[in-house]
Design a binder for this molecule. Sequence first.
Ligand code: ADP
Length: 305
Amino acid sequence: MVKTKFGSHRKQSVIFFTVLGIILLALTIALNVGWIVFHWRQVALLVFGVIFFLLIMAGLTLNTIFLVREIRRNEQHDSFINAVTHELKTPIASIRLYLETLQTREVDEARRKEFYQIMLEDSDRLLHTVEQVLRAGRTGDRQRQIHPAVIDLGALARECVELARKRTHLDETALHYVERRNGRKALVKGDAEELRAAISNLIDNAIKYSNQAINVTVEVAEIDDRQLALRVTDQGIGIPRIHLKHVFKRFYRIPRRIHLKVKGSGLGLFIVRSVVNKHGGKVFAESAGEGLGSTFTIQLPRVSE
Ligand code: ADP
């Protein structure tokens, strides 16, 4: 309720400032055109008039763009806080409920074990949210120090796939790993923990944004002698073209996907991009469109054995 009130208030502000900007622009054009018509003989004044006119127009346009951007950023900030609060509150409420039940009622052994399992999963979810927020804070700092070591990207990707399989109870047909290289090991230089977080975020998203039939491929391939690629491909809900670049921004979640009920904070891909940039690589998303799956590719510089 609060969220929608905020949302509509913000929308009204965007409309108000956009209309205000347009009216001001129209007034400026009318004033200046009138002025030029009446004083067309005074050439020097005309030149100054045109220059000032262009400057005012540019200023007004910049001002309007800035305002709309600021409002959008605040909007994303609000929805991030709502999402994170929800992600923190739900597992805590669930754990509390199970603890209360265990405290006040006689529960048989099997049910007790089931409750413990649910509480463990809830605390994992809680921990994941907190770690994600902390990591976004850390990786967002470009001056941070990393601890580089030579890492086998293939082994690291395989490890992430196995971890995700265990966590989500998926089998090899739903989540599989392929490696395409010509003999040489797929080595990169970097911080294993950061790279693991980046790869895991891509795999988690691929699973999260798949429909019922999950089919995710994680692939490590060599582009050439100097570059390696790690691709995560899914057959899920896809990404409309206009959002492909924006999804890496902090707090960015594709709008009008609320009906999907997929939980998230808009931090995952921001973390991926920050980690990849720090490692001298690049990351990009590809998708044929809504409902047609997506591929996320990380490119990293290769090092020799
Ligand atoms: P979130 O916590 O919302 O998942 P991310 O930064 O990981 O945040 O992703 C940003 C947005 O990009 C998501 O809200 C989602 O709409 C879109 N997205 C990310 N990965 C995929 C994917 N594999 N398929 C479709 N959409 C995706």
